[in-house]
Design a protein around this ligand. Structure first.
Ligand code: GLN
Length: 433
């Protein structure tokens, strides 16, 4: 704020001043490898336009803010790579979400690094090299929206836009110590997003805190999203199925402490049953791979397959296998049935409580290179993928630490109830130590 005042006193445009501050931090922390493309000229133009609109009396809720965009989302005139050597395009139009954010007064400063085509959990599957976690450069930032989460953690931008198919916003938010929201499936348009699996993909937003995130979400939805910390009488659901998973001890401690904080704030803890979430990860990989295979054969049929990374190739092969011959009924349809059960179990559970709490991930950010084994890598999504299958909104909020790194707590809500999800997030945030 005081920086803005100084800028105004010096006769500078405050929004342009913030863009320059953002670009300066992107350069200063270049070694983190958060950005694939920086678009300073575009950002300055957005800021000029916002200032002109403001002078003409427009109310711009995001005026003066800067943001980054994951490199699978279109920014007009800027290359999109999906972090792949096999793909490149320069879109003519902004993605729908980018357009809304810019119309609300924000400026887009660059495209962030990610796992190739959004497949991964560590950001090590990028053709542009790994992203280094801003809190510990020997660790991963999570994925697939690793550069996006890390650009907020390194304060290079005020907020970031990513995509979440099975956890790619919530998981890196947890690893980088920022807030990450995956809204209700199909609650905002996906034009301009090169997705991974159309029945699961959503946009997601990263910010430093729940209030800021609510402001950005409100601008995207075109209605104010007010968060509050009065949790009295709120019912919070907990499921044994989440606790019986193997958790790093510090993660379990933070989770139990989060429940305690919410109890002290007046919430009531209720036990719910989600037996099918145990099969969620397997169902997620079957369904998402089948959709990936289809997307690649229909949309990217002219891609140079040889230039794709091993993980993308692996998923295309797996996707083709699960829909072929007897596998279609034995594997694919079975996975769809598991998904249907998960949806009805969450539906029933959310009649008993307003939100459900789980850890975002079983561990904190791992060391670079330690998760090369795809099975280990996939296990990161054990708590996030069921929510994607059910299409529910969820936020990851940093709460407590383990091994010096932030722990993420996932708050899951009923469809279109992002407000309660963010309000519970804010209660945790204000009681974090
Ligand atoms: N980590 C998950 C996967 O690799 C999720 C990816 C995503 O949400 N885009 O499939």
């Amino acid at each position: 704020m005081s920086e803005k005042n100084n800028a105004e006193k010096n006769g500078d445009d405050p929004a342009v001043y913030n863009v320059h501050a953002s670009l300066e931090r992107i350069e200063r922390y270049e070694e983190l490898n958060n950005f694939i493309t920086v678009c300073g000229g575009r950002a300055e133009q957005d800021a000029f336009n916002a200032s002109a609109a403001k002078r003409s009396g427009y109310d711009l809720p995001l005026y003066g803010m800067t943001f980054s965009v994951k490199d699978n989302i279109a920014v007009a005139g800027v290359e999109t790579t999906c972090a792949s050597k096999a793909f490149s395009c320069v879109p003519e139009r902004d993605a729908e979400i980018v357009e809304k954010l810019v119309n609300a007064g924000a400026a887009v400063v660059g495209k962030t690094n990610m796992d190739e085509f959004a497949m991964g959990s560590t950001n090590e599957y990028s053709a542009f090299g790994p992203v280094l976690n801003a809190l510990d450069k020997l660790r991963v930032p999570g994925g697939s929206s690793g550069g996006a989460a890390n650009s907020v953690a390194a304060r290079q931008v005020d907020f970031a836009i990513g995509s979440d198919t099975g956890g790619s916003v919530r998981q890196p938010a947890a690893y980088c110590g920022v807030v990450g929201l995956k809204p209700t499936f199909l609650s905002s348009g996906r034009n301009g997003l090169i997705g991974l699996a159309p029945s699961l993909d959503t946009y997601g937003i990263f910010a430093q805190d729940c209030d800021t995130l609510a402001r950005i979400f409100g601008a995207v939805r075109g209605e104010e999203t007010k968060v509050e910390t009065d949790g009295s009488g709120l019912k919070i659901g907990i499921a044994d199925e989440f606790l019986s998973q193997r958790l790093e001890s510090g993660v379990e401690r933070s989770y139990l402490r989060a429940l305690d904080v919410l109890k002290k704030s007046g919430a009531e803890i209720v036990r719910i049953k989600l037996p099918s979430v145990r099969a969620a990860l397997a169902a997620y990989h079957v369904i998402s791979s089948a959709e990936v295979a289809r997307t690649f054969s229909e949309t990217f049929s002219d891609l140079n397959i040889n230039a794709l990374g091993a993980e993308v190739k692996r998923r295309i092969v797996m996707g083709n296998i699960v829909v072929t011959g007897d596998n279609y009924d034995d594997i694919y349809i079975k996975a769809c049935k598991v998904r249907a059960k998960i949806c009805s179990e969450f539906d029933a559970a959310l009649k008993e409580c307003a939100v459900i709490l789980s850890p975002t991930c079983p561990t904190v950010a791992s060391e670079l290179g330690s998760m090369r084994d795809p099975d280990k890598n996939h296990n990161n999504d054990i708590f996030t993928s069921p929510i994607s299958l059910a299409g529910l909104p969820a936020v990851s909020v940093p709460f407590g630490r383990c091994d010096g790194m932030p722990v993420g707590i996932q708050i899951i809500g009923d469809k279109f109830d992002e407000r309660t999800v963010l309000s519970v997030g804010k209660t945790l945030e204000s009681n974090d130590i």
